[in-house]
Ligand binder design. Structure first.
Ligand SMILES: O=P(O)(O)O[C@H]1O[C@H](CO)[C@@H](O)[C@H]1O
Ligand SMILES: O=c1cc[nH]c(=O)[nH]1
Length: 258
């Protein structure tokens, strides 16, 4: 058998041992991928730290193998990583991200579980028609809700807006570009009335890829900004919000049939 390390993720099937993982926890931030592995998994092996796409193999206390990997920020990077993860045998992906709430009742520190995404992302259009649904796997999504309930973590289930930019696309004007194109002015208010809960930058493309590639995907995001109050990330509540999202994802795995 020829061994192949994939060009971007920097590892291949040969690195995954005799009991290869089928579930990946996918974070935008490489530090978060490391934190998940070092804090919640056992017997951790660093698979690769190629291009900032850090990947780790570890085990839950019951022996189940889990991959903790990095998508990088935004849909183009995520699309590359997910394509290669599927090629090494991953069948379920849970995104553990951060996001900004656009509803007044969703505070920083809580988590949003996406049942679907409004996908305003260019990369997704290379994979499926723009009208293709970005729908989360119902079984993983229910498991995330069950886990959050059991842990008494404040959580909200609903629709996420996944966009390509943190500043313009999320209607931020406190940036190097205070000018917003007309089509973006007022878009957050419009989304609020469409009962969209939050902004982030990867879930929509991940969910469309799951439909097209035939794997199961879901997303849980830590709320680190409250866009009805301001544009900034609330740094003193970021860590607790992220811990809530990670704990929810790790515990959700217990409810899944693997
Ligand atoms: O914290 P991560 O997982 O990177 O997710 C969010 O944070 C980044 C922007 O700050 C984007 O990638 C967005 O989706
Ligand atoms: O407001 C936010 C916070 C995190 N990530 C985003 O994409 N937006």
């Amino acid at each position: 058998m020829t061994e192949q390390s994939f060009y971007h993720i920097g590892f291949g099937k040969q690195d995954l041992g005799s009991q290869p993982p089928t579930i990946a926890l996918l974070s935008g931030d490489p530090q978060r991928a490391g934190l998940i592995a070092q804090t919640y998994l056992q017997d951790v092996k660093v698979l690769s730290e190629n291009r900032g796409l850090h990947s780790y193999l570890g085990y839950l206390p019951n022996g189940q193998p889990i991959l903790s990997a990095t998508s990088g920020m935004g849909a183009p990077s995520l699309s590359i990583v997910v394509n290669e993860l599927v090629q090494v045998g991953i069948q379920k992906i849970i995104r553990i991200g951060t996001c900004g709430s656009i509803q007044p009742y969703i505070p920083v520190g809580s988590i949003v579980i996406s049942k679907a995404a409004l996908c305003r992302q260019g990369a997704a259009n290379d994979i499926a028609p723009v009208e293709y649904p970005a729908a989360a796997d119902p079984f993983i999504t229910v498991a995330l809700v069950q886990a959050a309930r059991a842990l008494q973590i404040e959580h909200y289930l609903g629709i996420t807006a996944s966009v390509d930019t943190f500043y313009e696309g999320q209607e931020r004007t406190d940036s190097a570009n205070p000018y917003l194109m007309r089509r973006l002015i007022g878009i957050t208010e419009e989304y609020r009335h469409l009962h969209i809960l939050n902004y982030e930058m990867e879930t929509g493309t991940l969910l469309k890829m799951a439909g097209v590639y035939n794997f199961a995907a879901a997303s849980v995001c830590a709320v680190v900004a409250q866009r009805t109050m301001g544009e900034e990330v609330i740094l003193n509540k970021k860590d607790i919000a992220i811990e809530n999202a990670i704990l929810t994802a790790i515990n959700a795995i217990k409810y899944l049939d693997i």
